[in-house]
Write a protein that binds this ligand. Sequence first.
Ligand code: ZN
Length: 173
Amino acid sequence: MSLRDVVIYTSEILRKPNAEVTVFDDELKNLTDDMLETMYKHEGIGLAGPQIAVNKKIVVIDIPDENGEQGKNPLVIINPKITKLEGEIVDSQEGCLSVPGYQDTVQRYERCTVEYQNLKGEHCVFDNVDGLFAICLQHEIDHLEGKVFVDKLSRLKRERLHKKYEKYLKELN
Ligand SMILES: [Zn+2]
């Protein structure tokens, strides 16, 4: 396993189209192992392919248990598709490994149904899930559509963040 660099907003890599995965082999397994390692290292609960500059429809998620611990239930979610959004619109306090040091409240659906494939290529479904998991799924699947959670904020906030992170990116390079 190896750590990957996290792509930082406002990089265009986060806006590129992401390809469907068609080959389910060891290389894919190694890639998702790297994604999980990178996510844990940065104390995230989810990470999408474009966030490590792999523009493919791959997501990893690990929702902490009641003791705040991760690692017991790492999920690898390939080619996910939201097939249903249900329930109330809820406020969700979110952050993103690609927008380090920033959190804000955005709106999400309370529940969702997601069809996806596992590492073997088998078709699976998260049926009408809720809570943090449902919100995390929506956040990560947005990444696969070239969206970042800050896109949901007001224009004023977006402009301010854009400037701030453009500057931050320049300083990194
Ligand atoms: Zn994110």
